[in-house]
Design a protein around this ligand. Sequence first.
Ligand code: SAM
Length: 392
Amino acid sequence: MNSVFSEYKDFIQEGDLALAWISRNNIKAITIEKDGVFNTRYGSFLHSGMIGKPYGSQIAIRTKGNNKFAFIHILQPTPELWTLSLPHRTQIVYTPDSSYIMQRFNCGPNTRVIEAGTGSGSFSHAFARSSNHLFTFEFHEVRYEQALEEFQDHGLIGNDDAKSNEAFKNVTITHRDVCENGFTIKQTDKTSYKFAEGEDEVKINANVVFLDLPAPWNAIPNLDQVISKNEKVGVCCFSPCIEQVDKTIESLIGNGWTEIEMVEIQGKQYEARRQMERTLDDALIRLKDIKSRKLEGVERRKRLLEETMNDISHEEKTEDKDSKRPSVAKTRYNPFGKGQRIKEGDSNYSWLQVTKVESEIKSHTSYLTFAYKTISKERDVELVSKLIENSG
Ligand code: SAM
């Protein structure tokens, strides 16, 4: 099975893992079945009405009790959509961070990644799509089992009957405490890796490392045994507190990592809008309006107080109160708020083009500490001459 996360498909088929987009904050994973039903608070959507339609299709039903329509969209999963819809077993890495990290490391077909811990597998899906191989480590046994099953369901890891590592796709998950026991994967370990005959230890040769752990400084000394020796290797540590960054940097320096830099991604969404132009005259009208309303209010309160003091009966009070409330004529257009509503862009008024920042955007902000290491700085003469030969 190829991974639905890395290969495009045109049509929805039985057996597919698909994502039902209900709203921006409500995306649900469904496995398409001939007799399946997807229930929502708006009504029930039959899977049979989805099968054969192109991915991205809108599926509509009549809502119960009234004659309105409810609709959802059926989308093919991508790592980005999975991040928005996955079952949270832990805090996760969101796309603003994961995409930045992968572009900074230039992740591609030659990238061999170490990730610890796996957690909810949010970042693992993104790495799996854009790397040669991902070696991910998780020390929580239940989370390890859940992630293994999920990766198999998503075609990132082959099933147990797969004969070779190639059939095992490009993700390996290992149950391990990487701070205590390092990253080396052996025959005796609990791992999804399929060892070949005579192979006792996995040649990880990672050139990218991502550590999302509470104490990355304890894992850093274990990296030398598993990173590539003859190329520049990058590490990124993902930590929410500055104290963690401090300890991480100490460990990176102590273990020979260089070019250390800390970055924080702040997601911002800019919204383009039109704002009505306001003149000085508008401001004067507004001030006069406020003043007259204030005076009316003071007068009314004064009258009510006097009436209470004179002990007027309740009925009389109510009647009187209503008759004395100033009848505020429906206000004309007021450029500063109250009054007649004007639709944005109304051609009877002048507008300015402005942008606004939407402050609430979901991105789990942590500090990203980057560093690099080249273990062997000797020139590989054979490799260099091969490269020169090929480039000629
Ligand atoms: N990056 C993940 C994602 O995007 O879904 C979330 C990782 S979660 C915040 C941290 C995970 O690291 C947890 O599942 C935890 O069990 C695991 N962990 C913590 N210490 C570990 C260690 N020493 N070795 C391996 N895994 C560890």
